[in-house]
Design a protein around this ligand. Structure first.
Ligand code: PHE
Length: 454
């Protein structure tokens, strides 16, 4: 058998893993989820979920992947010692496939906005016209068309697939090492500007001033699901990347760094977007269209807005592509190992399948928008079901598998390879896998299904 590819440097692993974690989840989804769910209450739970559930699950997924050295589906069976566990891995890969289909659509929207900022078309508004209507129309035109968003999302997935087709070291690692520093630089420039806006203080209050009135089981599970989505957990991403990590690396350290980087970018994305929203008196609860309808109005009004707009959408593209690379890689690794097709062929086969799914999502927003169930479109359902049900479920299964079946002792053994002997705080985090993550998530999911309100 051909030797399995591996990441060659520590910085490469961190860039690729942080690249996977930092994505649309941070810049597009986190601010609007916080906006819809009452700001600080949501963020409070989000942070608790990151520390007490996210961090231990990150190192667990890495450790499982590195031990099994296999695709995400088979890893579950190998670690669990029984093939039946493969169903959990299968659920993870299915989840990520569904996510890929709408992730591709949103990435396409972002590329369209980037392109139109660059050409100035986005800011070509008639004197005296109402900017709210103008941007609503632009977004409606884009999202309800079919060919237009499809073309832009194909551009996005095509660029991504070129990276995947070059492999782990020569593709993913190499390009993550270029794209992530670029992302950080653009981010710092934009944040610096945002801090000078008058709405900055209101945003700080909205995002961080404690207010627990809006906490309910739905908000809690939404925040936990969002934390996992953002950290790329429960979808086989870190298992897959873990399978390409060498035995000389310290997994716990990498896990910490990824957790911190992802959380900083999510929180600061809130601080990047809300000051503008508050400064110009827009609604923080605009939902998924926050960055597409609210933000351009802000850019329109502010000095140098077109430049900032172009930079902003470039930032989102870079973040989205490094995540989409990992999303595709989960499926590609699985396909390569199951079919023995070449990496190139597997990549394009996966891209084809995802594109078909993407086209269905795109149609669901446009020509097929009559296909709604309980007010949600196809994309709305996929987003809701993956965020609130399948991702938390895979996370619970991962915690049960590692904590109870594989066992904390075996997990620790893998973590100490390339790392240091575990300390008492390390042991404390391991206990969370056994005693906290499964019961808490299961109770919340039952509450959600029964429709219990706080
Ligand atoms: N974590 C990514 C984000 O925040 C999304 C993602 C989902 C990445 C699934 C990998 C796997 O946008």
């Amino acid at each position: 058998m051909k030797k399995r590819d591996t990441f060659s440097t520590k910085i490469g692993i961190i860039a690729a893993s942080a690249g996977s974690a930092i994505g649309l989840g941070n810049i597009w989804k986190f601010p609007y989820m916080a906006g819809i769910n009452g700001g600080s209450a949501f963020i409070f739970i989000y942070i608790i979920a990151i520390v007490l559930m996210g961090y231990p699950l990150i190192y667990t997924e890495f450790a499982m992947g590195r031990r099994a050295k296999s695709n995400a589906v088979d890893t579950f069976g190998i670690i669990g010692g029984r093939k039946i566990w493969n169903f959990a891995g299968f659920l993870a890969v299915l989840t990520v496939f569904l996510i890929a289909t709408f992730y591709m659509m949103i990435t396409g929207w972002v590329i369209y906005y980037f392109y139109n900022s660059l050409t100035g078309q986005l800011y070509n508004i008639a004197q005296g016209a109402d900017s709210i209507t103008y941007y609503k129309d632009i977004f409606a035109h884009l999202s309800t068309s079919f060919a237009l968003p499809l073309i832009f999302s194909i551009i996005g997935i095509y660029i991504t697939a070129l990276i995947n087709s070059m492999g782990i070291k020569e593709g993913i690692e190499k390009y993550s090492k270029i794209m992530m520093p670029l992302l950080v630089v653009i981010f710092i420039v934009l944040i610096g500007y945002s801090m000078t806006l008058p709405g900055f203080n209101d945003s700080m209050a909205f995002l961080f001033k404690p207010n627990f009135s809006s906490i309910s089981p739905a908000v809690i599970i939404g925040a936990i699901g969002q934390a996992f989505f953002s950290l790329s957990l429960g979808m086989g991403a870190l298992i897959t990347y873990g399978s390409y990590i060498s035995k000389t690396e310290n997994i716990r350290t990498i896990a910490w760094q990824v957790t911190v980087a992802d959380t900083i970018i999510a929180l600061f994305s809130g601080l990047l977007i809300f000051p503008a929203v508050f400064t110009y008196d827009l609604a923080p609860s605009a939902g998924p269209s926050l960055i597409f309808i609210s933000l351009p109005q802000v850019f329109l009004k502010m000095p140098g807005g077109r430049l900032f707009s172009t930079l902003f959408f470039l930032l989102v593209i870079v973040a989205a592509i490094t995540s989409l690379v990992s999303i595709l890689e989960i499926i590609i690794t699985y396909v390569i190992e199951k079919t023995k097709w070449s990496r190139k062929f597997s990549t394009w086969a996966v891209v084809f399948a995802v594109t078909v799914g993407g086209a269905i999502n795109i149609a669901g927003e446009g020509p097929w928008s009559y296909l709604q169930l309980a007010g949600r479109s196809i994309f709305g359902w996929l987003d809701y079901l993956t965020n609130n049900i399948t991702i938390p479920l895979v996370a619970v299964l991962t915690a049960i598998l590692s904590g109870w079946v594989w066992g904390i002792a075996s997990l620790n053994e893998e973590l100490e390879v390339g790392g240091t002997p575990s300390t008492s705080s390390d042991r404390y985090f391991n206990l969370l896998l056994k005693w906290v993550i499964p019961p808490v998530i299961i109770i919340l999911m039952i509450a959600l299904l029964l429709g219990i309100q706080a």
